[in-house]
Design a binder for this molecule. Sequence first.
Ligand code: ATP
Length: 288
Amino acid sequence: MQIVEKAPAKINLGLDTLFEHPNGDKEWDMVMTSVDLADYVMLESLHTNRIEVVTDSGFLPNDRRNLAFQAVSVLKRYCHIDRGVRIKIRKAIPVAAGLGGGSSDAAAVLRGLNRMWDLHLDLATLARLGLQVDSDVPYCVYSQTAHVTGKGDVVTPLPKLPPMWIILAKPKVSVSTPNILRQVNYERIDQHPQIDALLAGIQQQDFAEIFANMGNVLEPITAKRYPEILQIKRQLLTFGADAAQMSGTGPTVFGVCRKQSRAQRVYNSLKGFCREVYLVRPVNLNEH
Ligand code: ATP
């Protein structure tokens, strides 16, 4: 039996952290959405109790360091399953880019095995299991516009975004998420994004309110180490994006445009400066 699951990239329209839990985990306050740049995850039953991971990327680990592998382990343990699976991952999402590619692959494995093994677990249970793999996996289980709080485990779906186009631009650097998160100093954060106003903007489908209240509290930290992030952000705005900011811990920067013609122009212009540029739209995975 073979199952194919789509694993879309995510971006953070809003990203704030409020405090640190005693075990070092962050308390998040985020607005996330998924876009139509996606990996494909294929699952095949094996006759042995093995977990095999095959990817088309030369850089990614195939063992338990792969988040997709970890997702299988967590699910097998929870459901007491003695079956094996081969996971083939076709990567399209740049790695270590702030686009949640690994987390989305892990979430796709959870959704796919839930079907393949007839487990009948609901999305909330898959999300809870996903938190054991990475804090972005619960969101990626849903992969639809959502308010994400707690340690990443409280995912509240939001109305679909009003129609917009998104330009993703990834500078040629890879960012270590733990390294950036270690540098967060709560006393020195002087400006938190207005997540409540952003949520209100989405509820009211109000472009101006959404664009004015986007924000990422981690952007200054990553940009200090990689100044090209602010250069790309400036270029996105100069070429005509309605708003622009870094996604996750970076380094990918995205611009949003209400008008398709303008988004196309921004995309074409950016390609002169940055090798990895994508023109995408928001998607809701669970919408039929
Ligand atoms: P996050 O911000 O959630 O860490 P990211 O988008 O910045 O995500 P990923 O592409 O998920 O970054 O990769 C982060 C790290 O996870 C990399 O060091 C990579 O080697 C490792 N990794 C493990 N499994 C995967 C996978 N299936 N796809 C991509 N990266 C993976």
